[in-house]
Design a protein around this ligand. Structure first.
Ligand code: SDX
Length: 427
């Protein structure tokens, strides 16, 4: 017998169905709540509200579990490529060899950006943040690639264009911002190696591909590929629910990710650690500031809306910090500071009581610095990683029979009815 939940309100009992997920998580289905009771729910930040039923990613915040289409993140980070992971998220299963080869050919064939788009880059002021440029350029793609008649063909080619071109666009924004010659994608390089070459190759200093560096970037992107209904994914779903084209929905996701409380945290962590290093601020001072309610300072890279234990991605990326720095025979004082900060915070009652642990952003910047990326590109790299997840979530919402235009309600707390006051009578 179907389990239900009952609400007693103004002497009447109302019954609502329960929805249960694959892993036993449960929700009250309140889609008839207002119709039955006249009531709505209020849930600032949607911490207690499910927006959809999804088969893409499973997270258990208490146990620190993350799986893409059922496969644990630890296995994907260990054995998969970012291309396979992207295919898995978008298509629901890992590709066979033939499908993977075809996917590679399509990504290569669509990896160039329309030459006229280069003029756009030159129009941005020199100091423009690459996230603002990327969001604008992705939105502009619709102007260069008008909608195709067949919806299925439109979706398939748009998905491929985004996955193939966003990498090139990111590298272009970096090169042009430095006044350097743009490096084109090469047909002989795989996805991540191609991006590194576009970023760092130069006519006077050819970039040498290091397989460990390529793998570190692949793992970084795999770890960031999806994360169920986070802020930027919810933005993609919400904007997409108005049936706008996918480029515009992804552009909205990029904008949402830019915030320092979300994807912008990886840049904010490095800026925080750099200040500690350059000014010799005692690490414990940061922990005290984070605890001080009068101080708006937050320990960047710590805490999470879902994970109330160690972010499984942070464990993996922390390991890669050591692997990569050892391989490159370089040390990073910021890693030492990060590890000292983690050690102090995890023993502090405030962090323990609030379940504040390192999240993926706490260590990811150390890996990106070791590879040679400038700090203001870190969130762009997060966006490239998250792109397959955004696309998968958008596609799932388009195919969801329950999906409607997203239009939350509110509780009005403003003025009661009042009259217009002519200008001459106003004080
Ligand atoms: C990402 O959602 C996702 O899945 C996101 C993401 C993804 O892959 O898409 O995982 C990527 O965005 C990771 C998070 C990156 N952001 C940061 O590292 C910024 C620092 N973190 C915090 O701002 C905060 O932890 C959030 C934004 C991540 C979560 O905020 P919540 O869920 O709204 O938690 P909260 O603000 O209600 O915090 C609960 C308590 C509060 O204390 P009280 O006001 O109740 O007394 O914990 C405190 C907070 O003040 N707190 C912190 C803190 N994070 C929470 N105090 C100090 N430092 C922090 N970092």
């Amino acid at each position: 017998m179907e389990e239900t939940v009952q609400i007693v309100y103004q002497g009447k009992t109302y019954t609502f169905p329960l929805v249960e997920g694959t892993e036993g998580e449960r929700a009250i289905d309140i889609r008839r709540l207002r119709q039955k009771t006249g009531l709505i729910t209020l849930d600032p930040g949607y911490a207690n509200t499910g927006s959809c039923q999804s088969a893409i990613t499973f997270m258990d915040g208490e146990k620190g579990i993350l799986r893409y289409r059922g496969i644990p993140i630890e296995q994907l980070a260990e054995r998969a490529s970012f291309k396979e992971t992207s295919y898995l998220l978008i298509n629901g299963r890992l590709p066979n060899q033939k499908e993977l080869n075809r996917f590679s050919v399509l990504l290569n064939d669509h990896s160039l950006v329309h030459e006229d788009m280069r003029l756009f880059y030159q129009s941005f002021p020199r100091g423009s943040h690459p996230m603002g440029i990327l969001s604008a350029m992705v939105n502009a793609l619709r102007s260069f690639y008008p909608e195709l008649q067949s919806l299925e063909e439109e979706i398939n080619i748009t998905v491929t264009r985004l996955l193939a071109k966003v990498r090139t666009m990111a590298a272009m924004s970096y090169k042009i911002s430095r006044g350097h010659k743009v490096v084109y994608p090469r047909p002989d390089l795989a996805y991540s190696a191609n991006f590194l070459n576009m970023m760092f190759d130069s006519p006077v200093r050819p970039y040498v591909i290091d397989e460990d560096v390529v793998r570190a970037l692949e793992v970084f992107w795999i770890l960031h590929a999806d994360h169920e209904q986070n802020c930027s994914t919810s933005a993609v779903r919400m904007v997409g629910s108005g049936r706008v084209n996918l480029y515009a929905a992804i552009s909205a996701g990029i904008s949402a990710l830019w915030g320092p409380l979300h994807g912008g945290a990886n840049q904010a962590v490095i800026e925080m650690l750099t200040e500690v290093h350059e000014k010799g601020i005692p690490v414990r001072r940061l922990v005290e500031r984070a605890k001080d309610k009068k101080d708006p300072f937050r320990l960047m890279g710590f805490g999470h809306r879902v994970y109330k234990t160690y972010d499984p991605r942070a464990r993996i990326i922390k390991k890669w910090c050591h692997l990569l720095l050892d391989k490159l025979r370089s040390a990073d004082p910021l890693l030492d500071i990060a590890m000292e900060l983690e050690e102090i915070a995890l023993k502090d009652d405030y962090f323990i009581e609030n379940n504040l642990y390192p999240n993926v952003d706490f260590y990811s910047g150390i890996v990106l610095r070791a590879i040679g990326f400038p700090t203001n590109m870190f969130t762009v790299l997060f966006a490239i990683g998250r792109l397959p997840g955004w696309i998968a979530q958008w596609k799932e919402s388009m195919d969801d029979p329950d999906w409607r235009i997203a239009r939350p309600r509110q509780i009005y707390v403003g003025q009661r009815q009042c009259d217009y006051i002519p200008l001459e009578e106003r004080k």
